[in-house]
Write a protein of this length. Structure first.
Length: 135
């Protein structure tokens, strides 16, 4: 579980760096679509503990659904209905990702996995443990 937490934290951090690099680009949707496609592919290649397979698949499907949503949004001028479907697909992808990541965080914390400051997952799980304690 600990290695997995670090592995997915590295993927998420790299994704955030890539998104930050495109913040001033003209066609952000195209860049985001490609970033999310790459992220989904990275998650497919990531070893996953048996206890987190469902959540891991939720993450993969969430990023793949973001790609589909952005593809539909690209059709906005030709097919507004598909573009609207793209917005809905992106919203569903977001919900799936939030649910999957929250579940992973809870499972890691319930298994009393801790991270040192030099671990990639340290900040991610530090924030989670504080929110779980107050809920």
């Amino acid at each position: 579980l600990k290695v997995y937490g670090n592995d997915i934290s590295i993927i998420q951090n790299e994704m955030l760096k890539a998104i930050y690099k495109i913040k001033d680009k003209e066609d952000k949707a195209l860049y985001l679509k490609n970033i999310y496609k790459t992220v989904a592919e990275l998650y497919i290649k990531t070893p996953v503990p048996q206890s987190l397979v469902k959540q891991h698949l939720g993450i993969i499907n969430g990023y793949k659904d973001y790609v589909i949503g952005f593809e539909f949004l690209e059709l906005q001028s030709k097919d507004p209905a598909k573009a609207l479907a793209g917005v809905q697909t992106a919203k569903e992808a977001e919900d799936m990702l939030v649910t999957s990541f929250d579940s992973i965080k809870k499972i890691v914390l319930l298994n009393k996995i801790t991270y040192a400051q030099n671990d990639p997952a340290y900040v991610w799980f530090l924030q989670s443990s504080e929110s779980i304690k107050t809920n």
